[in-house]
Design a protein around this ligand. Structure first.
Ligand SMILES: *Cc1c(COP(=O)(O)O)cnc(C)c1O
Length: 378
């Protein structure tokens, strides 16, 4: 049996007619950049995420970059974030000349640890603390970071909170939607996210009118009115085709999320039945709505051998992420050493993501669990 990590083709078949209709209209109109489809999507996403405004942008990476720019973050500033995330999180901070400061993660959720953030802020000298401008938590794998203590620290030290919610559209923390808790929420429509476009795309959610205005201006090279530039912005525009595709998919998102959650429960049951639930660590759900962009297990030993075994059995799997960001070559100048972020380093060696997409069948899940049982117990 073949079980891919993600199969977008099965999902496409169920929405093909809707997609063909809207895209045909866009082709007829020959209106490709921003415009009414983007504006409609912005309203829909703002409502879905329980925020005042949202603004469509060219990718999740650009969502982070433009949010940081709107927050006025630049050379000399620093931003606290997690080392256990996709590169773009810290990459966007560094691209603006600011310094990423890493805080290690919680061993159960793999999200940034509020205690570590607190330790770092409290140990900073006055000059360092004056440079600290923001905290950028990531809602990893589709589960929100522990936001209350993060928001408390931010308030106490006058820091902005920019949520990297690229993997977490629709996830909730104590009933609050990802992207609605900080000053900005950054989302990605990369095809492998739960709400994916047919190419690159992203969106920023925002509550304050003043930031919303600035994001608008930065999205078109800082131009306002046209050809008059108050800021140096960029081309952060979203395509009409991507917006229209995402609008079609948004109508199905809650049912797809439910299917992912059911699959996660089914895995838990199957691992218990196979008698290996003691051997491996299943995802720990601490927050109120986990949307399972990834289903990541932690194994005690031989992670890479297990991956070979799964690959040979035709089972897709991946490691998110094999090298924590504080140990990436490009960040050597930050001066971190192996051992500085022990929880992230441990996770990088022990975790593996299994297929969890909505259309996964029970037979496929049974096969995945059987192959893992075979590896550890046979
Ligand atoms: C995917 C992702 C991004 C970047 O999104 P792109 O649309 O690929 O640019 C940023 N942060 C996290 C945590 C992601 O998973």
């Amino acid at each position: 049996m073949k079980v891919p990590l993600l199969d977008l083709k099965v999902q496409y078949r169920t929405i093909k007619d809707e997609i063909m209709d809207v895209t045909a209209n866009i082709f007829e109109s020959q209106y490709f950049i921003l415009g009414p489809h983007v504006e409609i999507l912005e309203k829909e996403i703002a409502e879905y995420c329980s925020v005042k405004y949202s603004i469509g942008v060219s990718s999740g990476t650009d969502a982070l970059l433009i949010a940081l720019m709107a927050a006025g973050i630049g050379p000399g500033d620093s931003v606290i974030t997690t080392p256990y995330t996709f590169f773009a999180t810290a990459g966007s901070i560094a691209r603006l000349g600011a310094k990423p400061v890493f805080a290690d993660i919680d061993p159960d959720t793999y999200n940034i640890s509020p205690d570590k953030i607190s330790e770092i802020v409290c140990s900073m000298k006055a000059v360092e603390r004056a440079r600290l401008k923001a905290i950028m938590p990531v809602h990893l794998y589709g589960q929100c970071a522990d936001m209350d203590p993060i928001l408390d620290i931010a308030k106490k030290f006058n820091l902005l909170v920019i949520e990297d919610a690229a993997q977490a559209i629709g996830s909730e923390y104590k009933g609050m939607r990802a992207g609605s808790m900080g000053s900005f929420g950054c989302f990605s429509f990369f095809p492998s996210k739960n709400l994916g476009a047919f190419g690159d795309g992203g969106i920023v959610t925002v509550q304050a009118a003043i930031f919303y205005e600035k994001l608008h201006i930065l999205r078109v090279h800082g131009s306002h009115p046209k050809y008059y530039h108050r800021y140096i912005g960029g081309n952060f525009r979203l395509d009409a085709i991507q917006a229209a595709v995402v609008s079609v998919k948004l109508k199905h998102l809650d049912s797809w999320t439910e299917a992912r959650q059911k699959n996660a429960q089914k895995y838990a049951k199957l691992f218990v039945e196979a008698g290996i639930d003691e051997k491996i660590k299943l995802p720990v759900q601490k927050e109120s709505r986990h949307i399972f962009n990834q289903f990541v297990i932690e194994v005690p030993e031989k992670r890479d051998e297990l991956r070979n075994h799964l690959n040979n059995a035709g089972i897709g799997n991946e490691v998110y992420y094999p090298v924590p960001l504080h140990l990436q070559e490009c960040f050597a100048y930050l001066g971190y050493r192996k051992g500085d972020m022990p929880v992230s380093e441990h996770a990088a060696l022990r975790t593996v993501a299994l297929p969890i997409y909505p259309e996964l069948t029970e037979d496929m899940q049974t096969y995945v669990v059987e192959k893992i049982r075979e590896f550890y117990l046979a």
